[in-house]
Design a protein around this ligand. Sequence first.
Ligand SMILES: Nc1ncnc2c1ncn2[C@@H]1O[C@H](COP(=O)(O)OP(=O)(O)OP(=O)(O)O)[C@@H](O)[C@H]1O
Length: 330
Amino acid sequence: MLDDTKSNKVLVEVKDLKMHFPIHAGIFKKRVGEVKAVDGISFDIYEGETLGLVGESGCGKSTAGRAILRLYDITEGSVKIDGVEIGDTPQPNLRKMRPTMQMVFQDPQASLNPRMSVAAIIGEPLNEHSDMSKAEKREKVLSLMDQVGLNRDFANRYPHEFSGGQRQRIGIARALALNPKFIVCDEPIAALDVSIQAQVVNLLEDLQEEFGLTYLFISHDLSMVRHIADRVAVMYLGRVVELASRETLFSDPKHPYTQALLSAVPEPDPWLEEKVDRILLEGDVPSPSNPPKGCNFCTRCPQVMEICKTEEPPTVEIAPGHIAACHLYS
Ligand SMILES: Nc1ncnc2c1ncn2[C@@H]1O[C@H](COP(=O)(O)OP(=O)(O)OP(=O)(O)O)[C@@H](O)[C@H]1O
């Protein structure tokens, strides 16, 4: 399923994961409903690979990433990291697993404490999860700065003294401090200037190769995902509608939603741009607190059938490693 350079060992197993947020209203804050941000997603992530997770804003990508890392108490389902079930582990007992799995956030400005020096920020995870001496910690922090391309002379500076790209490097160094195996990169370049996005992506790729890291790369930027991901999962309204290798997904998308999403990618060549067959989706994405019956995509699908309005489509393997949840294939 993966190319020869990647392992076939499953590092992260996500099964029927649901993350529903309660909606409270009224003076007594009565529970009146729930936002089904993630509504039963399943996939495996192989050791050393990058799984891209794409979809429109609000489809549940970030919630999925956070739920997999157990930054939330999940509503239902199972998450195994390296064979260890963490889906139902109480938060205090997750401490042991924390070093294995880390997150790189979208907005480095917001995720770095402005009152802490860079050395303190990068070294913070070591205070809690290691018994290194002060000198050992300092050396580790400086070597992490080298690894992410930050000048070690700037260790005592503060986040505001750095550019956006450098701040993201600080966030990456912090995520690497405990030698993780699995990193959720949540839109890691979305807040950066286009000119430095490629540098940060190259850095993530180099680090992956050097340390054998496994990434869940969340992005709405399909061109970037096409560049970095080995396989790609497409989400719509809390569910994974299609998953395939990068080559297959971009050359032969099967789900009508994936086809529409890919057809919206801008074509830089004006001559080709004229020839692109765009699929325009009608209507808005329904609310995740009140998703449609049957297939979540039925209200906007250009190929909708009667069955789509009543029955949720099963997820089927159309070809080896290529899965889709659509009645056209069930
Ligand atoms: N803590 C929360 N409480 C209630 N609803 C939430 C919470 N976090 C997310 N949501 C809702 O869950 C849905 C999915 O949000 P999420 O941020 O996961 O989507 P996303 O695909 O990552 O979007 P974006 O790319 O804009 O970040 C949205 O409707 C959002 O409003």
